[in-house]
Write a protein that binds this ligand. Structure first.
Ligand code: HEM
Length: 230
């Protein structure tokens, strides 16, 4: 067998049969397909972002500025890709959105345990979210574990205070700032999207809707990186 035929085929490497079987791309209504698949795609990217943030924390704790930059560099691009999903969803007509909303019941991205994990891992920890309606026991256990873990914010604080090479520390800060800035843009785009479809109506999770998301848009996951290293 030569090296080419021994290589696993594309579909097997990516487990495409399983992935596309469970992907919400089979519904008759293509607007529903767009909405559901966009959310599934976002959840995959949230998982990738979590992995990178864990690596960023490890690099900071190792005092390795170059590795911090390397691990952090994909993060703003991931956030921009996530923001692009909102641009796609903004192409839904108001009628299509209303139809989807009627089918959603009280399901909402508010119940995305992975998004809350990203916030908790970074250091943005509000214990009230642990009791989010719709979280499973497994979601709660994961978030409780994140709550007890060292945060990226604490790792950055210790790194920035101690790193002997101030220029290298500043490069690491800028890489993390690019992530937090892109996350802030994601939040703001989300609020605009919700305002477009909901106006002043409440969200499916029962929050104030766009008003809640606009307030959330002021959150910064890593507040300390917004100040230059001295
Ligand atoms: C037309 C599309 C969308 C609309 C109108 C919308 C609207 C909302 C609203 C109103 C909330 C506040 C909670 C509530 O009462 O429901 C919310 C929360 C949330 N949504 Fe969306 N959303 C949309 C798409 C998405 C997508 C594609 C994602 C990606 C997974 C997402 C993730 C989230 C997250 C993570 C929260 C919690 C945010 C926080 O607490 O800071 N949403 N959304």
């Amino acid at each position: 067998m030569n090296a080419v035929t021994a290589a696993p085929p594309y579909g097997r490497v990516l487990r495409l049969d399983e992935l596309l079987e469970i992907a919400r791309v089979h519904e008759d209504d293509v607007d529903h397909v767009l909405f559901m698949a966009a959310h599934q795609s976002c959840e995959i990217l949230f998982a990738v972002a979590l992995r990178h943030l864990e690596e960023v924390r490890a690099a900071l704790d190792a005092g390795d500025a170059d590795l911090t930059v390397r691990r952090a560099t994909p993060l703003p691009r991931l956030m921009s890709t996530l923001t692009g999903h909102f641009d796609v969803l903004a192409t839904l007509t108001p009628a299509a959105f209303e139809d989807i909303r009627a089918a959603l019941g009280d399901a909402s991205g508010f119940q995305s345990a992975q998004w809350r994990e990203i916030e908790f891992l970074c250091g943005l920890r509000d214990a009230r979210y642990l009791s989010t309606a719709g979280f499973t026991a497994r979601d709660r256990a994961r978030l409780e574990a994140r709550m007890a873990e060292r945060s990226v914010a604490d790792a950055y604080h210790d790194f920035a205070a101690a790193h002997p090479d101030r220029a290298a520390a500043e490069r690491a800060r800028l890489a993390l700032l690019a992530f937090d800035e892109a996350a802030a843009v994601w939040r703001a785009r989300h609020a605009v999207l919700a305002e477009r479809f909901l106006g002043t109506a409440v969200g499916t999770a029962g929050s104030e809707g766009a008003g809640y998301l606009w307030r959330a848009a002021l959150r910064r996951a890593l507040p300390e990186v917004w100040t230059p290293v001295s």
